[in-house]
Design a protein. Structure first.
Length: 334
């Protein structure tokens, strides 16, 4: 069945009831990138029987080696159903070749630059067509980094973004060995032998990642590397971003440690912004790790309500300065 989109071809793949929720799965074919085979799956959740009363849109972006199930389980447990039941219009995107999004012809070459420049603007445009209210974007790990790239590169128009929340996202952690050119060259040569990185073999998650992501990461971290592409410096561009920002780190996160997450947060120029470190020392139940910060019973009890309150605007935000503590202007308790 074809949707009524006037932007580009969009197919409504399924429309199901999941208990008290409605689940509509769309497949977008934007045709806006050099690889015209790209198709993107986008799942919409709402309260069944109340589709005409949808609140502000919230777009969720998963991290590496993951898919839409990071945000909600087959039993409809997760941050996505939680926000849908709170009245938000929830959209869950799956990146190229992840989950319900098929692999494109140039799959092995996919990179954050493609997601940021082509895919996120297309997703945002379709969501705006379906719900014209400015959307909040929430990204975990690589999803959060992709959001930063799209904003720093100017690919997402700030006027159409109500706010952005990034969880466990960083690009400042130092890998000193990659600053040595021969080591970086050898790593690049070895990686080019593969088409994908297997999430199951690496025990990182259910999905594979294209080797283009790994090669792009090497470019960011090598000697004189930068967070950007050949045309734009995304890191510098973040200093022109003024939308509301929530950045969340986990004290127990060894993959994206809090100081590195904070460095990304501080690059935003937003006045309405907050950095929160999920740590026992800051009143949380535990020192959350990279996944627990959003997928765990403690997160359900204290992190999800924190997100809901931030989306509702229930916060007293101040400009965070270097060296400032996490400052829980948003209470840690539900």
């Amino acid at each position: 069945m074809q949707s009524s989109s006037e932007l580009f071809p969009v197919a409504l793949m399924s429309a199901e009831l999941r208990g008290d929720l409605s689940e509509d799965v769309y497949r977008l074919k934007p045709g806006n990138s050099p690889d015209f085979s790209v198709e993107l799956a986008l799942t919409r959740l709402g309260m069944a029987g109340h589709e005409d009363l949808r609140g502000p849109p919230v777009i969720l972006l998963h991290g590496s080696f993951s898919n839409r199930r990071f945000w909600y389980s087959p039993r409809c447990i997760g941050l996505a159903p939680y926000l849908a039941r709170a009245g938000f219009d929830v959209w869950i995107a799956e990146m190229r070749g992840h989950g319900l999004s098929p692999r494109n012809l140039a799959y092995r070459h996919n990179a954050v630059a493609d997601y940021a420049r082509y895919d996120l603007p297309a997703i945002g445009a379709f969501v705006a067509e379906m719900n014209p209210q400015p959307a909040h974007w929430i990204g975990h790990s690589l999803g959060g980094l992709t959001l930063a790239a799209a904003l720093g590169g100017g690919y997402l128009q700030q006027a159409h973004v109500a706010g952005v929340a990034v969880f466990g996202a960083e690009v400042s952690r130092r890998y000193w060995s990659l600053k040595v050119p021969p080591i970086e060259w050898l790593a690049r040569l070895l990686l080019k032998r593969f088409a994908v990185l297997s999430g199951s073999r690496l025990k990182r998650g259910p999905e594979d990642e294209p080797i283009g992501i790994a090669l792009e990461t090497l470019r960011w971290h090598r000697l004189f590397g930068r967070f950007g592409d050949a045309e734009r410096d995304w890191w510098a561009g973040l200093s022109e971003v003024h939308i509301p920002v929530l950045a969340v780190a986990g004290e127990g996160d060894r993959e994206c440690p809090p100081p590195a997450c904070r460095a990304l947060f501080e690059q935003f120029a937003s006045e309405d912004r907050q950095f929160i470190n999920l740590a026992r020392a800051d009143g949380f139940q535990q020192d959350y790790d990279h996944v627990q910060m959003l997928v765990s019973k403690p997160a359900q009890d204290e992190v999800w309500p924190l997100v809901r309150r931030w989306l509702d605007g229930e916060r007293q935000m101040t400009v965070a300065t270097p060296g400032e503590e996490s400052g829980a202007a948003i209470p840690a308790t539900p």
